[in-house]
Design a protein around this ligand. Sequence first.
Ligand SMILES: [Zn+2]
Ligand SMILES: [Zn+2]
Length: 395
Amino acid sequence: MATMEYKCPSCGAPLSFNPEKQNFSCEYCGSEFTVQHIQSLYAQSEKTESLNEQEVRQSEEQRTKAQKTGEEFNEDFMVSYSCPSCGAEIMTAESTAATECYYCGNPVVLGSRLSGEFKPDSVIPFALTKDMAVDAFMKMCGKKKFLPAGFANKKQFEKMQGVYFPYWYVDEKMQSSAVAKGKKVRHWTSGNRRYTETSTYRLFRTGDIEIRNVFEEALRDKQGAPTQNPQSTRQANAQEAMKYLDNYHMQQRHEMLQCVHPFDVSKAVPFSMSYLSGFKAEKREIGKQEIMDTIAERMDTYAKQLLEDTMSGYQGVSLENYSDRTFDQRWRYTLLPVWIITYKFKGQIMPFAINGQTGKTYGKLPVAGGKLALWGAIVALIVFIIAVLGGMFFL
Ligand SMILES: [Zn+2]
Ligand SMILES: [Zn+2]
């Protein structure tokens, strides 16, 4: 399988995208290159990669066929390629579009997985470097009271990876109309009588509505939980451990990713493969067709809400009829940057996610059993003293 490897034009060392400088800076010779410069240098090889779609098509056909016949399609299908730097055989999940060689650590972009219909429209480049992401993690730990002693320690990072995740963003312009029933109630007193007047209104609302950036994850949930503990497999087989960790991320991925939103999509740039160099990237597995209904439903919900918001002067508003007509819809397949940390503490592996653009963190931090118990004991003691005092007062 063909791969893309970005190299320093001055010294030939592997080149990664630098989030802090938003350019390419060579770690070895210190030369700096703009994104445009690297893009124009590699334009030809990126193009060649794009022609290499065979493999992508094949796996898609396999999936479609499996779906039609009801056969189980193995989502964890692994593909091997050889590292352009050291020649080692590397296994990746079928959806992986960029990674680093497990043996020599050099960044590799699997260009053919991001070509044709799988070519993203845009990408939000990483703005947080690895160090900045570590700082964000330490800051999150600093805010927690009951962390076990020694938890926040940079040495315990098992694995840390910047990953681009595929998302669909949809903008829509529509004309929406709603008919609703609402009431206005008036009370007044005259003499010694109290009056209530209830007027019922029929409310008509129509308007041009524009909804932007409704998003959906474009990566499938992986089936099947890993059964082996990575500790036992790591020594035996590094690649197996790698696969385990990839799957491990996948299981809690949805929740983690959901919680590090929002992203500022106005900062997205037209897609270029070179942004992925030095990071991991997943290609989209979910097409437009598959999520069209979900998106349409959500657009309707937002549009209804907007129309209902204009009926605020009425009580007990109930919608009787709603209709809309879409006159413009725009879909963008976008890659979003997220730092994924696998943290090891007392033999347990915990995943954390950090928004690679804003630094927003997510993860369930452990609570020190001892500390909580002590706190509980103090509270119990105070309650006891109060109870004794209270008893004394009553005596
Ligand atoms: Zn260099
Ligand atoms: Zn290698």
